[in-house]
Design a protein around this ligand. Structure first.
Ligand SMILES: Nc1ncnc2c1ncn2[C@@H]1O[C@H](COP(=O)(O)OP(=O)(O)OP(=O)(O)O)[C@@H](O)[C@H]1O
Ligand SMILES: [Mg+2]
Length: 261
């Protein structure tokens, strides 16, 4: 079981004594879709970096399957907020690099086909394969980063505002794609998904956490009963969703106001 257990996690960046995260605890079951909300600067990206193994707890722990997360590995892939594509490599080579680590036994031709298929699935043309990140728009780069992450097919996906730069139609399409990937019964995926968009969290999440401002701790959490999950059709019809929406907005606003006083 790929449960992720965070215990009393606190974190300060090396060389600083300012705590960014302070006493975060959560038990995430394999197959949870976790949405993280919170004001800009509260530490959401930092938390994802810790989950990825790119930073290490100052105190407390993060364990996956009972083992402390010590570094990056193929079990977790990240879609970074700034896309994280290597600028000196083409979009295709960025994806190939990841695929080669994941499927070292497959031929380059085979992996190339997987990469092109993924680019098309996220709504990009095959000719994007040969383009460098600087030749692509922000939304196209973001979709390349998503294609790279999905093509790795890891049990845990860490996504930092992955749909932030996309138009509404592309965004809805990718939300649906992510949900169908997540819903795959035979292979449960755990997703950590940072968003500023309450509606997006209501549509996607099975667990929602709101982080308060720095030093950040959890100020609100809710587990959504599978029977109460909303779809695009029921998002504005269900009273339970309306109640949760109100609670989320109230908590986020209260946190902002408390810093203004
Ligand atoms: N490498 C770093 N060294 C020192 N401090 C950092 C570093 N990266 C981020 N910080 C600080 O950590 C805090 C949290 O940053 P983080 O990027 O995790 O916030 P966030 O919640 O993701 O914000 P946003 O919603 O704007 O993306 C900020 O005060 C930021 O300045
Ligand atoms: Mg961030």
């Amino acid at each position: 079981m790929n449960d992720i257990v965070v215990e009393n996690l606190s974190f300060a960046y090396e060389g600083t004594d300012r705590l960014i995260l302070d006493g975060i605890s959560m038990h995430i079951n394999e197959g949870d879709f976790v949405c993280l909300l919170g004001q800009s600067g509260c530490g959401k990206s930092t938390f994802l970096r810790l989950l990825a193994g790119l930073e290490h707890a100052t105190s407390g722990s993060i364990k996956m399957d009972g083992e402390e997360i010590k570094g990056a590995d193929l079990n977790r892939s990240v879609v970074f907020q700034d896309y994280g594509l290597f600028p000196w490599k083409t979009a295709g080579d960025n994806i190939l690099l990841a695929l080669r680590q994941r499927y070292p036994q497959r031929s380059k031709k085979e992996l190339r086909e997987v990469a092109i298929d993924m680019l098309q699935q996220v709504g990009l043309n095959a000719d994007v394969y040969k383009k460098y990140p600087k030749e692509l728009s922000g939304g196209m780069q973001q979709r390349c980063a998503i294609a790279r992450s999905f093509s790795m097919d890891p049990p845990v996906l860490l996504m930092d505002e992955p749909f932030g730069a996309l138009d509404a139609v592309t965004r809805a399409r990718l939300q649906d794609m992510l949900l169908s990937l997540w819903n795959n019964e035979s292979e449960k995926k755990t997703v950590f998904f940072v968003t500023h968009d309450v509606e997006e969290a209501l549509l996607l999440a099975s667990r929602i956490f709101v982080f308060g401002q720095s030093p950040s701790h959890i100020i609100f959490e809710r587990t959504i009963d599978p029977a109460d999950r909303s779809t695009r059709e029921t998002l504005y019809k269900s009273t339970k969703v309306a109640e949760l929406r109100e609670a989320l907005i109230a908590n986020i606003n209260q946190d902002v106001m408390s810093r203004m006083d």
